[in-house]
Design a protein around this ligand. Structure first.
Ligand SMILES: [Zn+2]
Ligand SMILES: [Zn+2]
Length: 145
């Protein structure tokens, strides 16, 4: 049977180890949070790009470089290169640009949130109208960080 003094030493060592683990976990959470913010910025760019549709109508186009004339029979997002010179700029028709209306903004933006009650941090991956309660304490007090 170890003495109380020995047990105290073991516990102290255990506490030290756990605190170090907490520190490491905090650093990790911060890194993941930064990564999340970058990824969310990329998601925004992606959503933005999806909202603009460019379409060139069918018809006869003339190559800007060599004046070679080509008939395109399919509407296309991007005109192919000129058969004659490989040029990619054409005259003849303007592309039709369709803008899709963005969905109405949500109340809470995706990002890192902190519980107003217990202080635990949580990541919200998508914009939302309703934040879920804190996973740790159940309080409905998430605040954006
Ligand atoms: Zn050409
Ligand atoms: Zn909480």
């Amino acid at each position: 049977m170890p003495t109380a003094q020995e047990r105290a030493q073991v516990l102290a060592a255990e506490i030290k180890k756990t605190l170090l683990a907490i520190k490491a976990a905090e650093v990790k959470v911060k890194q993941l949070g930064d990564e999340l913010m970058q990824t969310l910025a990329a998601a925004k760019v992606e959503a933005e790009a999806e909202r603009t549709i460019v379409e060139y109508p069918t018809g006869r186009y003339e190559c800007k470089k060599c004046r070679h004339s080509t008939l395109f029979t399919e509407p296309t997002e991007e005109l192919p290169a000129c058969d004659n010179c490989g040029g990619r700029e054409w005259t003849g028709h303007e592309p039709k640009i369709t803008k899709i209306e963005p969905p109405s903004p949500k109340k809470y933006a995706a990002g890192m949130y902190e519980c107003g009650q217990c202080g635990v941090r949580t990541a919200v991956a998508m914009d939302t109208d309703e934040l879920s309660p804190c996973e740790l304490c159940g309080a409905d007090k998430l605040q954006p960080l």
